[in-house]
Ligand binder design. Sequence first.
Ligand code: PLP
Length: 504
Amino acid sequence: MFNASKLAIQLDRDGEEPIYRQLIRHIRAQVESGVLQAGTRLPASRDLAQQLNISRISVVNAYAELRAEGFLSAHAGRGTFIAGDNHGNGNGHGHTYTSPSSNTNIDLPSAPDRSIRDMMRMARKPGVISFANGAPPNDFFPITHVKDAINTVLERDGAQALAYEMPEGYQPLRLAIRDYVSGLGIRCHPEQVLVTGGTQQALDLVVQALLSEGDLMVTENPTYLGMIDIARTRRVQVHGIDVDQDGIRLDLLENFVLETRPKLIYVMPTFHNPTGAVMPLHRRRQLINLAAEHRIPILEDGVYHELRFEGDSLPPLKALDENGIVIHASAFTKMMLPGMRIGYVVSDNTHYERLLRVKQAADISSPSLNQRTMHLLLERGVMSQQLMWNNRELKRRRDVALVAAHKYLPPGTRWNRPQGGLYLWAQFPTNGPTATEVYITAIQMGAAYAIGNVFYTDNSGNYRIRLNYAVHKPFDIEEGFKRIGRAWRDVACEYDEIEKLPLL
Ligand SMILES: Cc1ncc(COP(=O)(O)O)c(C=O)c1O
């Protein structure tokens, strides 16, 4: 066997072409010209990355693509070789997979690597069973009820339903939201309710209303990717505080607050995205006390609160808030209809006027038809019925995902057992490939996950993946997890530390 311990490759580091694509081109050319012969063992990804002074991810991705094209083959525990048939017939390993069912001094939050974001777009490729997004399942949407409600609203309200709405929201909906949140333990007046374009706009309005450019916000680490994006676009600094199984660590938060006096604390106390953690009652109270003592507003994101299928419900922070320190943001999006874009903020009078002005400047008002339709759906009890059904089905899918994780994810992988929400939060063994390194191979094998890195304010979490189990029916959950396990094993054969593993 011939060993290509070094490859003669000249890379253009300033060019447009991504490094991994250049690598692919060079290796392919060397195979085609006969410089690299069938059976030649290529350097391990780590060695080639070191030799060329490039990231290992680039090498892993290049090797993965060349394997899929049939130029390379990999053998568990032995390494990566030039394949027997050097002509890259596009058949890869012979696997074909289809889905059975279908300028500044401001220290801004580190952007999740652009190339990681680009990679994550591949999850939308046809045939890929994707667990990558944060959407609730389409098959949960109560389409017949929505159709009926829209017709009723148009017949009842005519042109009014298509006109501009008051910026604070359609009054009957504000009343209905007041009633709805009182069911969660939040006491407020309708005048404290602002209707928003989903939770996302609610979060953005609060950041705009309370913070100026360069101000500092504290979040959990990891945190919701959408909030990292808001902070970047609003040029606000973010510091992530580590979490444990009960949510944000208050010892770390307190030290940080004493040292830096941030302007806002953003948390997801129930079914945190991505970890699924639920903050226990005593920590909720301690967090509120800490914030009240230092007079720092808390922005509570409650978008997953009602998606509970196991365990006892806990009051949102806003329900425990006696000092008006908590701003509550949530929506009917994850529970029922994400595309209607109806969410809300419940806030005390101190912030309300400012929030209202920012909302008006943003989009005048949320669409009247959608607000009126959502109001009717709440009034008719469709929301509560739907929620009960959804949560039963979410539990069923969670159970399937837990079994599939045991069966198919790599040995040494750890994951949570969520009692609600949409996600499994897993960690690959840390002596093997990272989530980014496995990703392209997983796509090629027909499955995708969210790369854990993107949820961290400091780019840590290299081995983490988030799996939205809720979006698939049981068969696809099984099949998708199987493909991810297979992809990991395929990439892991590059790692000396990993024992030879049985292929799935
Ligand atoms: C924690 C969290 N907050 C807010 C949002 C945005 O939700 P919405 O569709 O209500 O804007 C998401 C969506 O993934 C989320 O996970």
